[in-house]
Design a protein around this ligand. Structure first.
Ligand SMILES: Cc1cc2nc3c(=O)[nH]c(=O)nc-3n(C[C@H](O)[C@H](O)[C@H](O)COP(=O)(O)O)c2cc1C
Length: 354
């Protein structure tokens, strides 16, 4: 049986195959926080070209402090929601499902692009590197108060509400790559002494509260997914789990949440972790029954099949971005190249991608 192209049952959905397009930020929106039309069309085209699941770029959850890059999108106003409606409809017409990913940048925020010019995080620790976009240091974040925590959760809830209204089949809470939720999970960036810091369970509390609050408005016929990773965009330490035990404890805590799948984001899915000889998906599989979505370094049929031994659905980032026919090329087992990160910078140009 061709497992890659076999259907997969995810809650009430039947995915037509096991292949998805990973969430990819495109920084194309103007002041209205609506992506450029060609960026929206790109997602529809990827669905038409065979992907069983299509993710949006990371959608910013508020107008205060969530945004980390210029030109990011929101799903909070009726105009923003209406802009996504035809995109979702067209994706669904192909038999594919549409998932909205949402995030808050935390200490990776870029105050100038946030209307409130504010940066907040679990603790007042800046990334070591400069902001690559401004070439200057990130500002010291304000320590999130109880009020801030509730305010940020409301942003996730309102954004999810927007996605449901737009017709999305599901929403994903971005808990990976060193952004806000990841910052709470990490003992490197979370030095709090209240209920949100210290033990793994306490550091997980913020993720728990976000998931619980969002879940309340997710209808039974839609999906709720969380993304997690052991790599990130700045100060790798933020996104690294200290030990295998800590990672597996978080996977177990996630499994107790009302979510439908865990998306494991890696830089290279085959890479083994914590000296165990096992990769991140295998370590997750040991402690959870939830469906697993796996991404990172999947670029041809062989790598896709290998990844699918450890997960239920695989996602492609760079290959899906740069090769419009990627799914069909995988089907026919075409010899494919592995794209480099620099090649993916084309995502941020004003050029329409094929
Ligand atoms: C241009 C670009 C933008 C990305 N934006 C996001 C994002 O918004 N949210 C996210 O979770 N991951 C994002 N990623 C990471 C991808 O989802 C994926 O995890 C990563 O590219 C590794 O997969 P690959 O080896 O197939 O490219 C982005 C990657 C690229 C290349």
């Amino acid at each position: 049986m061709d497992k890659l192209f076999s259907p997969f049952h995810l809650k009430h959905f039947t995915l037509k195959n096991r292949i998805g397009v990973a969430p990819m930020t495109r920084m194309s929106a103007s002041e209205d926080s609506i992506p450029r039309q060609d960026v929206l069309d790109f997602l529809v085209r990827r669905a038409r070209n065979g992907a069983g699941m299509v993710y949006t770029e990371a959608i910013v959850t508020d107008y205060e402090s969530a945004q980390g890059y210029s030109g990011q999108a929101r799903m909070l106003t009726q105009r923003q929601i209406d802009a996504w409606k035809p995109v979702v409809r067209e994706i669904q017409k192909t038999g594919s499902i549409a998932i909205m990913q949402m995030f808050h940048c935390g200490r990776m925020a870029w105050p100038e692009v946030n209307p409130a010019h504010r940066t907040i995080a679990p603790s007042p620790i800046t990334p070591k590197q400069d902001n690559p976009l401004t070439k200057s240091p990130y500002p010291i974040p304000d320590t999130m108060s109880r009020f801030d925590i509730e305010h940020v959760i409301t942003g996730f809830v309102e954004t999810a509400r927007g996605a449901i209204e737009a017709g999305f089949d599901g929403v994903e809470i971005h808990g990976a790559h060193g952004y806000l939720i990841s910052q709470f999970l990490s003992s490197y960036s979370n030095k709090r002494s209240d209920d949100y810091g210290g033990s793994v369970k306490n550091r997980f509390r913020f993720a728990h509260e976000v998931i619980q609050a969002v879940n309340k408005l997710i209808p039974d016929d839609r999906l709720l997914i969380t993304r997690i990773s052991n790599w990130g965009v700045a100060d790798m330490e933020v996104s690294l789990f200290d030990t295998k035990e800590e990672y597996q404890e978080i996977i177990k805590l996630l499994s107790d949440e009302p979510i439908d799948a865990i998306s494991v984001s890696t830089y290279e899915f085959q890479q083994t972790a914590f000296g165990t000889g096992k990769n991140m998906a295998q370590l997750a599989r040991e402690v959870t029954e939830l469906p697993l979505i796996l991404c990172g370094g999947i670029y041809d049929r062989a790598s896709a099949e290998k990844a699918l031994q450890d997960a239920d659905i695989i996602l492609a980032g760079k290959s899906a971005l740069l090769n419009p026919h990627w799914v069909e090329d995988v089907r026919t087992n075409k010899t494919l190249k592995r794209y480099k990160s620099e090649e993916a910078d084309i995502a941020y140009t004003s050029e329409a991608l094929p």
